[in-house]
Design a protein around this ligand. Structure first.
Ligand SMILES: [Fe+2]
Length: 330
């Protein structure tokens, strides 16, 4: 068992309860995705459970505090299997190229090349906030159509990265927002206020294209109908954003460290405001885990194809954006 397989025997090992409930069949296959366990919609009381007990995920079934099965959602290995298509996707290739160019910017022209890219990034990084909000709305809009506890659990996971954008973390006083942190980083790097560049060009071309596409996808993805399908799509889209952000921000921190040591420090203007890059490089893996948990909480196993489609849609649009801003660095 390699931990990524989604076959039925694995599901039996993880969730003995499913042995009684599911037929032995495989309903999905492709070159990229392993077969997965079919969805079986039911909700029933577990014998002998009591309302005080906390139940964990059992395979693909989320069991709530009151002892009800929420229905059969995608199992964790299946979600890992779907999200792993991003590891070899076009965004990762575009991010690799972008970061190689960023780390290797020439000492005599780095500032001119980087200025429009930073303009794009200022808009792009903020544009994920309305996308996250749209994802929340999609899930909230399944009220009465999805399980009360599963929906609530998905939302509990989704709200944390969004709240974090505004400096809010559980049990801690509100810190600087990520917009404030980016502004400090920008001013430190470019030696001018972020407001100056944003007042000249408040809607940079390529990040605006990506933002419009994200909002189009999250509001009316082609061929996806009904509140539950739309929520599954949105949850997959959100996971793709967070999963790719882990690559993006980790590599971005590494690239700026390299640029700083090779170019900025020798030019007498070393970076001192690292917090924006550091919190993202450290935090996106956790965000991806939260996005994964939100998917596993609520997306029916029969929606694996929708999940994959959402991830591929974001991969396509995100890679187009990074290809364009990589071109600016050449
Ligand atoms: Fe994130």
């Amino acid at each position: 068992m390699d931990g990524t397989s989604c076959d039925f025997e694995y599901s039996i090992q993880l969730a003995p309860l499913m042995r009684r409930s599911l037929p032995k069949m495989r309903v999905f296959d492709s070159q990229r995705i392993q077969p997965f366990v079919p969805y079986c919609r039911y909700s029933r009381r577990i014998q002998g459970s009591d309302n005080q007990r906390e139940y964990p995920h059992i395979g693909g079934m989320y069991v709530d505090w009151s002892g009800y099965l929420c229905g059969l959602t995608l199992m964790h290995p299946c979600v890992f299997n779907v999200q792993s298509v991003l590891d070899n996707g076009s965004s990762v290739a575009a991010l690799r190229r972008f970061n190689s160019l960023l780390a290797g910017l020439p000492a005599d022209s780095w500032e001119d090349k980087l200025a429009p890219v930073m303009n794009e990034l200022a808009y792009n990084l903020e544009s994920f906030n309305p996308a996250f909000t749209a994802v929340l709305l999609r899930v909230q809009s399944t009220i009465g159509k999805t399980d009360y506890v599963c929906r609530d659990n998905a939302l509990k996971n989704l709200i944390q990265p969004l709240a974090g954008e505004y400096g809010m973390h559980n049990g801690e006083p509100q810190a600087k927002t990520h917009r404030e942190l980016f502004s400090l980083f920008y001013a430190d790097l470019m030696k001018q206020p972020l407001e100056t560049v944003l007042s000249k060009n408040p809607e940079p071309r390529f990040s605006k294209i990506l933002f419009d596409q994200m909002m189009r996808d999250l509001s009316a993805p082609e061929g996806i109908h009904g509140p539950v399908e739309l929520a599954s799509y949105a949850l997959g889209y959100n996971l793709a954003i967070e999963y790719l952000a882990d690559y993006e921000k980790t590599w971005m921190l590494d690239s700026f460290r390299e640029l700083n040591a090779r170019v900025l420090e020798p030019q007498g203007r070393p970076l001192s405001e690292w917090l924006f890059l550091e919190v993202h490089a450290e935090g996106e893996a956790e965000h991806a885990a939260l996005g994964h948990a939100a998917v596993a909480s609520m997306v029916p196993a029969s929606h694996q194809g929708i999940l994959l489609r959402a991830m591929q849609d974001h991969d396509r649009d995100f890679s187009a954006f990074y290809s364009e801003i990589a071109n600016m660095l050449q």
